[in-house]
Design a protein around this ligand. Structure first.
Ligand SMILES: Cc1cc2nc3c(=O)[nH]c(=O)nc-3n(C[C@H](O)[C@H](O)[C@H](O)COP(=O)(O)OP(=O)(O)OC[C@H]3O[C@@H](n4cnc5c(N)ncnc54)[C@H](O)[C@@H]3O)c2cc1C
Length: 356
């Protein structure tokens, strides 16, 4: 265990295929942490601290060490949620030397809406007041937005004994969706979240609707920030659509002067294009999408493929868009052997496909 971190926790996971689980953890976390692997040992190091995971027959012995109690609980929760996700229907018994402190989650922030306005015809900016905006300055930019049911006083989540989050159920169930903190106003203690009013005829779009109707005084909560840091590279290729535009805009605004950014951004039409102030050498190509509902109706993928081909391994590839497009981008990057540490490729939404 790292000598530098004073907050520690141990866990034990018992499951039929512990070796396969260790492989999946290493494979997944390589995009978020330094991963060192020997046959029966994995060491994951990130800004949250270290996770040392040892394989012993059907057991994974987990040692976590972190610089703060918050980082420790966020790391514990991340490991727990991923393990249960990877285990799917397989039996998994995960226990910890101690469970997360009862009550609210460590990276939890209650926030109050102070205003909302359309910044383009389909992009609605919701501004929320948050007592402590310091965690949102620099670093990671993604949060989970928690919207309580209308007219009920919110019941917020806590931790389960296995380290996962215990979400309120039934009438108290929350809407939970990932979003990007577009900007932080430190003086006013405000966070801006740009919510795309995505077209989905006949389908409910609960958080887009919440943003559309948001009133000053509405209470929400944010879990995070976590994931989605500023890429550290002299040259960055960014590929995305409206859901990624807040992140692209923030990265463009925050990278070092002189960074070379090529951005390919697909939006509904010219009315959805936004100015992207930046100290970088920024080259933006806006594409206009014909439809959100027909596979291949956009030209993002085609342009992205050509742009990726033109890069070398030193370019950081940042891509966020629809799930199938992301899959195609991932396989292209895999085929060319692009270093996983030099990319962020994540799906931000999924085309609705009704089951027959
Ligand atoms: C890390 C991360 C950061 C994100 N940041 C942002 C952000 O800053 N701003 C933002 O607007 N979105 C962002 N997204 C995407 C956002 O979380 C989704 O669009 C979310 O599903 C919207 O929730 P909803 O309740 O409105 O609709 P849902 O109930 O989740 O979806 C209903 C249906 O709407 C359609 N749909 C959902 N999103 C889109 C879309 N973007 N375009 C077209 N159709 C869509 C799908 O068919 C879906 O089946 C982010 C996603 C991730 C993973």
């Amino acid at each position: 265990m790292s000598a530098h971190h004073s907050f520690e926790l141990t866990g034990t996971a018992v499951l039929p295929n512990a070796g396969q689980m260790l492989d999946q953890i290493c494979e997944h976390f390589v995009e978020h942490a330094e991963v060192e692997r020997t046959a029966d040992l994995a060491l994951l190091t990130s800004k949250l601290g270290t996770a040392r995971i040892r394989l012993l027959d059907r057991t994974l012995l987990i040692d976590l060490a972190a610089p703060t109690e918050t980082a420790l609980q966020v790391a514990q929760n991340s490991i727990a949620e991923h393990m249960f996700y990877f285990a799917q229907d397989e039996a998994l018994d995960l226990t910890w030397s101690r469970t997360g402190s009862p009550g609210k989650l460590r990276n939890f922030h209650q926030a109050v809406v102070v205003g909302a306005q359309d910044i383009t015809p389909h992009m609605r900016r919701v501004r929320v007041f948050c007592e402590d905006v310091a965690p949102f300055v620099g670093g990671d930019m993604h949060v989970r937005v928690l919207v309580p049911p209308k007219g009920r006083s919110p019941l917020w989540p806590g931790y389960r004994g296995d380290g996962r989050i215990a979400w309120p159920q039934g009438d108290d169930a929350l809407l939970v969706r990932p979003y990007t903190i577009r900007a932080v106003d430190i003086e006013r203690r405000e966070l801006w979240i740009d919510v795309f009013q995505h077209p989905a005829p006949g389908i409910t779009t609960p958080v887009a609707d919440f943003a559309r109707d948001a009133q000053s005084g509405d209470v929400v909560a944010l879990l995070g920030p976590g994931s989605g840091g500023l890429p550290k590279a002299r040259s960055i290729l960014m590929i995305g659509d409206e859901s990624a535009l807040p992140a692209i805009a923030r990265i463009a605004a925050e990278v070092e002067a002189g960074t070379e950014i090529r951005a390919i951004i697909e939006v509904l039409d010219a009315g959805e294009e936004q100015p992207l102030p930046s100290a970088a050498k920024l080259d933006v190509r806006w594409l206009h999408r014909r439809s959100y509902h027909e596979a291949g109706a956009g030209s993002l993928l085609e342009e992205a493929r050509t742009a990726i081909e033109a890069t070398d391994g030193s370019t950081f590839i940042w891509a966020a868009c629809e799930k199938d497009d992301v899959r195609a981008i991932r396989s292209q990057l895999k085929e060319r052997g692009h270093d996983k540490k030099n990319m962020y490729v994540a799906w931000y939404w999924e085309t609705f496909r009704p089951t027959a």
